[in-house]
Design a protein around this ligand. Structure first.
Ligand SMILES: Cc1cc2nc3c(=O)[nH]c(=O)nc-3n(C[C@H](O)[C@H](O)[C@H](O)COP(=O)(O)OP(=O)(O)OC[C@H]3O[C@@H](n4cnc5c(N)ncnc54)[C@H](O)[C@@H]3O)c2cc1C
Length: 392
């Protein structure tokens, strides 16, 4: 029996309370909270979505979203970083056929507490997540990989890099994921990460130079282009969890706003500023935006769990992407309203608000970015396929 939703969410809240005590320091120093990952390993959070039979906590998509929402309230950077390990696992578990290789892999994460990460985004292809500039060339029983990956969150603690590459010399073109252990010759992390927000994610570059891996290290090979079931599954786990993480950051901002506006009382006012209509209206806007987001992504996650058949092709993808699109944009707007209510104190380093304000802005950039999401959602609504040419 998987653990109850209440138990899982309580664990995430407990971790969040601990991580919150270090979030400002790691953000300021641009350092990676290795100790947070250690705590997540000890408590099983790194195996949140792995079935219990393999040493995990057995969370389903809704449990996962609720947990990530909690975790992000303590440290947004830790939540999005561990999300890059968890979302693909959730999708793998969902699609697993029960082969010995899959079971061994789940044991490695569940009981072995190994960390996955990296290997999708690139300087050349950005958030395309379909066609990759990184290439894999077949050489007998091996593949040889070359390329460069960006935004490798969790880089100090990744045990297995999940490098996505296009396979050379095949028609039609296919891309695949290659599982490459840390320390494999030719893999090099280059410390490039110094960002405005989500600073404590150590999302450095990964250079892949003539990395030789056995053909067995290749998983998930599929044609570049069409929206298949695997893509829908991956994007569902990604979109719902990303929506939850950025909503969590906004919920933390709202919590701080309630607390601050309840105690801040200029001499010229008889009561704290929360009694002012402007503050109440700004808080109401933030509340409404976040309530809409939560209803949307938790509703989509519940529907997906109940009937995956309802999520097929571009229309199915558009449904999950709409949840990510709406929630990440709502989160930015909600934090803006909170910032407005708190006033100039909100930009001071001694308060967490300015960190929420910076961190929440990263959400819209995760795939599908705003422009790509609008194209998909708009075309689906108008009955136009993404494959139609000319594109515009
Ligand atoms: C905090 C953080 C952590 C991350 N962690 C990871 C990680 O661990 N692993 C990983 O692989 N990635 C990670 N990413 C990368 C991320 O999810 C995206 O892949 C990346 O942000 C996209 O980069 P981009 O906006 O520069 O690129 P692009 O996708 O190229 O977008 C640049 C701009 O061009 C527009 N654009 C580009 N192409 C098109 C198109 N075809 N149609 C319409 N508009 C287009 C976009 O809308 C956007 O405005 C992380 C990102 C962040 C911010």
């Amino acid at each position: 029996m998987p653990q109850s939703r209440e138990t899982l969410v309580a664990l995430a809240a407990e971790l969040a309370a601990d991580f919150a005590t270090r979030a400002a320091e790691h953000d300021l120093n641009n350092t990676f909270p290795v100790e947070n990952v250690q705590r997540m390993k000890e408590t099983g959070y790194t195996a949140l979505v792995i079935p219990e039979e393999h040493g995990g906590l057995g969370a389903n998509l809704v449990d996962y979203a609720l947990c990530q929402e909690q975790l992000a309230q303590g440290c947004g950077a830790t939540a999005i970083a561990i999300n890059m390990h968890l979302f693909g696992l959730g999708s793998m578990v969902e699609r697993a056929a029960g082969t010995p290789e899959e079971r061994l892999f789940f044991e490695t994460i569940g009981r072995g507490r190994q960390i996955l990460g990296g290997g999708i985004s690139e300087p050349e292809t950005g958030g395309d997540w379909g066609y990759f500039a990184t290439k894999a060339r077949r050489d007998g029983e091996f593949y040889v990989l070359n390329g460069r990956k960006t935004f490798t969150s969790l880089s100090p603690v990744i045990d297995l890099f999940m490098v996505m590459a296009t396979i050379e010399g095949e028609t039609p073109l296919r891309s695949a994921t290659f599982v490459i252990p840390r320390g494999t010759p030719g893999l090099e992390l280059v410390e490039t990460w110094n960002a405005m927000g989500m600073r404590a994610t150590a999302s450095h570059d990964l250079v892949i130079k003539d990395v030789r891996v056995p053909a067995l290290a290749m998983a998930d090979a599929r044609p570049v282009g069409p929206v298949d079931e695997n893509a829908i599954s991956l994007f569902t786990w990604f979109s719902v969890s990303v929506a939850a993480v950025y909503t969590g950051i906004a919920l933390a901002a709202l919590k701080f706003t309630r607390e601050f506006t309840g105690r801040y009382k200029p001499l010229t006012l008889p009561r704290p500023i929360k009694y002012l209509p402007g503050i109440q209206f700004a808080v109401a806007e933030a509340e409404a935006l976040l309530a809409q987001s939560r209803a949307l992504y938790l509703g989509i996650a519940n529907e997906y769990l109940a009937n995956r058949e309802g999520f097929k092709g571009e229309a199915g993808l558009a449904r999950v992407v709409t949840a990510k699109y709406a929630a990440t944009n709502n989160a930015v707007r909600a934090v803006d309203y909170c910032m407005e209510a708190v006033g100039a104190h909100g930009i001071m380093k001694k308060f967490p608000m300015e960190r929420y304000y910076r961190d929440v802005r990263a959400g819209v950039n995760h795939p599908l970015s705003n422009a790509r999401a609008r194209e998909l959602i708009g075309k689906c609504s108008l009955g136009i396929s993404l494959a139609e040419t000319p594109r515009w």
